[in-house]
Design a protein around this ligand. Sequence first.
Ligand SMILES: [Zn+2]
Ligand SMILES: [Zn+2]
Length: 552
Amino acid sequence: MASTVTVGFLGGLGEIGRNCAVISQDGAILIVDCGLMFPNADMPGVDLVLPDFTFLHENREKVVGCVLTHGHEDHTGALSYLLRELSFPLYGSELTLSFARNRIEEAGLLAKTRFEVVSDLERRQIGPFTVEFIPVTHSVPSSFALAISTSQGLILHTGDFKLDLTPVDGRTTELARIGALAGDPGIRLLLSDSTNAEEEGFTDSETSVRSALEGLFSRYEERRIVVACFASHIHRVQQIAEVALAHGRKVFTLGRSMGKNVALARAQGILRIPESELVDIESIGKYKDSEICVISTGSQGEPMSALSLMSAGESRWIRVGENDLIIISADIIPGNESSVGKVIDGLYRRGTDVAHPGTDHVHASGHARRGELRTMLSVAKPWSFVPVHGEFRHLVNHARLAISMGIASDRVLLAQDGDVVVLTDDAITYGDDIPAGYLYVDGVVGDITKGVLRDRRTLSEDGVVVVAATVNLTDLELLADPEVTSRGWIHPEDDELIRELQGEARKAIETTLKGGTRSIDALGRNVRSAVGKKISSTTKRKPMIVPVITEI
Ligand SMILES: [Zn+2]
Ligand SMILES: [Zn+2]
């Protein structure tokens, strides 16, 4: 009997973000990706969300390394937190590692971290695992699927992928290699990207965006053009730059990460823009509008980003107006709709025109749709299947697709964060759960609890009512009428309601004291309950009620 292999999921299954899986065999653990998630609207004040690292802390001496599929932050962004506590080597493409490096460097962890650059189709022995790095196409260059040899056979993790037949760099997904592995030794378990599992058909090629860009550059020949996209989307930047140069424009970058990534990718030969055509933004004043193409960050309406500043009229470099065209060359990530909407409105108010994926074909997704997912399933011919990377509905639809393709339904497991699947000689089953709750970062890691978030939501929705009173616990008497103040709740001049609340608080305190209670806590509880009832019955709101009872 061969050793058992388990795959545990610390994040990314049931949400988009904080992708992290742990593969264990013979007392060794291989981490696959270690990403972060950006907070939703119901997480006020939260900067970032990380995977729960309890399992890795408890098994720290077993970790043999972390393999990175690609350079997006939902796959690499939590490393700078985990590496503070644990030390292990990182394996990935040169570009992936240099993107990951930024945050690790900022955290001051560069010296203690080993970076192992791997090239396409290279194989590495990492602990008991042999990992082969297989090229895939995605919205960041140099992405990999991972073929991980274990004692229970080959696990193929697709990473984030699409099957782009005409990618910008000509580096296509190595389906032939996956097919060869499927023949010999065969793929025991497939873990595959589910992001677009609800979308029929095939995702458009990245190069399909080019003609829309061409059209816009031709139509707006005389205008200054600003294109916003993700700073990691080097192939998009390449296409924007090529179209700009073809129209006699110089390329300027705006936004810290855009400048940094463009420099990195040029140094690695992944991005090709001639030195003479790339001009520092400080010199933008020397050029006519028709000679300018600015490639900028801020496609998600992030508050202090280059595009938001333009929209608010606060950009140091660009005062947008009627002679501008702004192209937003990115999809809106769910949750960012209203900030992007505001940015677009702000731009229109300044008289400029805006093109975005809703008006023109200026974006193509980086994730496979159902047609491509079917292709992957039929080429890989896996013995078992677990859908990864998606919200729950994406995972369900991907699992159903796999069953419809003929994989035995008892070998298609629907896993979520915290689930563990176990491979033995003759089965794949669920194992014991591992901790996988949200780890919130608000400046520091882990100080925010669910309770804090609930309070913040209450405060932001219904405000706070403070009831202050002074009592004498020796003589059991209330010394003055309680004071009621509020913030973010009702109009403070609603005197009548305030008087009623004072009355309720007074009654609650006097009744409690009359009963012989000498506890400040009990007084506070009773005041909170009496005032809360009154407020919810008269206003139907539930603000946070803070009793402040002082004893003299
Ligand atoms: Zn990605
Ligand atoms: Zn991803």
